[in-house]
Write a protein that binds this ligand. Structure first.
Ligand code: FMN
Length: 353
């Protein structure tokens, strides 16, 4: 058992949000310092539309490093890319505590954090302090809860982070900011993407190669999926979709004490639903947009299931709560073993033909 496994065990005794803060502080002070390793070249992948080149397809999903404090350390743990945020223009305290719950028996998490973050000013200062050569760093932007013009918040976020990240994510799928998911409705989405697209074009004229992704909820019916796919496909500047955020569903199978808490559910019980939503988007979109799969990944088999459903890369977060940060190395080793077993020479071979 490694020091990190021991630390993961110790941190699990603390209340969930205290454990998270403890982890971030430990990483910041260098208490927990991973030794970077080179990836097996067979894990490298290039996303088709954006051309984004990843050393391996496993990313750290948004919400772990909301304030861009530890992305370099998380890259050193072996993630192929790390997404910081969600950041809002102005600092925001988020919802009252407790607002983060471990559902250990279900290998799941419920959160209703509500975009607690330090705001764009500090975020950009921290991002810009680390050379971009550190690795692939995404900046996930959102809107303040009390904003009069939420779309203007996204535009401000896009413009501020653009020079300092490798890619951007427009997060319109958090269930914890009332009304935010309404931006996924056809008319609202057209307006949002119209204004964000104008900002993206303006920024692109000065600084090239910043793919922009849109992050989507898993709680969508077929009509909503078709609407979103059509609106997204009409934006030549948009790189792709991240599918998905947390769910407001509460599957019957949940057994943990906290299953009735309000918020977004993530982790193992989200795997099937988010993969189904991903496959539904892939059925409409094919490879015309880059799809990044998230929701419930805890193993190499889960990664392969997302790739087979049409993902070109994946992200995870909740599984770290139960398995610690060394999980990503184990998953990569298991992926290489799975490729050996099937005689594959590239991770891209798991994608649908
Ligand atoms: C505590 C917590 C906070 C999160 N915060 C954000 C966030 O700020 N922005 C965002 O786009 N997604 C956020 N997410 C969603 C994750 O990025 C991810 O999409 C979701 O949890 C599904 O992946 P998982 O099952 O591997 O956790 C958060 C998830 C958790 C558990």
């Amino acid at each position: 058992m490694s020091l990190f496994d021991l630390a993961t065990g110790a941190v699990r005794i603390l209340p969930a949000e205290t454990a998270h803060r403890f982890t971030i502080n430990g990483l910041k002070t260098g208490l927990a310092k991973p030794t970077p390793e080179l990836d097996d070249p067979r894990l490298a992948t290039t996303l088709k539309k954006s051309g984004l080149k990843l050393p391996n397809p496993i990313g750290l999903a948004a919400g772990f490093d909301k304030n861009a404090e530890v992305f370099a350390q998380m890259l050193a743990f072996g993630f192929g890319f790390v997404e910081c945020g969600t950041v809002t223009p102005r600092p925001q305290v988020g919802n009252p505590r407790p607002r983060l719950f471990r559902l250990s028996d279900d290998q799941a998490v419920i959160n209703r954090m509500g975009f607690n973050n330090d705001g764009l000013g500090l975020y950009v200062r921290r991002l810009s302090a680390v050379p971009r050569t550190v690795g692939i760093v995404g900046a996930n932007v959102g809107a303040n809860k009390d904003s009069d013009d939420r779309i203007a918040d996204y535009v401000a976020g896009v413009k501020a982070v653009w020079p300092y990240c490798t890619y951007l994510t427009i997060n319109i799928s958090s269930p914890n900011t009332p009304g935010l998911r309404g931006l996924q409705d056809r008319g609202a989405l057209e307006e949002l993407l119209g204004r964000v697209g104008a900002a993206a074009r303006e920024m692109d004229a000065a600084v090239k190669n910043r793919p922009v992704f849109l992050k989507i909820a898993p709680d969508l019916d077929d009509k909503a999926i078709t609407d979103i796919a059509e609106v997204a496909l009409a934006q030549d500047w948009l790189a792709g979709l991240i599918v998905s955020n947390t769910t407001i569903d509460r599957p019957e199978t949940l057994t943990s004490q906290h299953k009735g808490e309000t918020g977004g559910l993530s982790g193992a019980p989200l795997m099937e639903k988010s993969t189904r939503t991903l496959a539904a988007f892939h059925a409409v979109i094919g490879d015309r947009l880059d799809l990044i799969g998230a929701g419930g990944i805890a193993s190499a088999q889960d990664v392969i299931a997302k790739l087979r459903a049409g993902a070109q890369a994946v992200q995870l977060y909740s599984a770290l709560v139960f398995h610690g940060p060394l999980l990503v190395r184990r998953i990569k080793a298991d992926l290489v073993a799975a490729m050996d077993a099937e005689g594959l020479t590239s991770i891209e071979a798991f994608r649908p033909a």
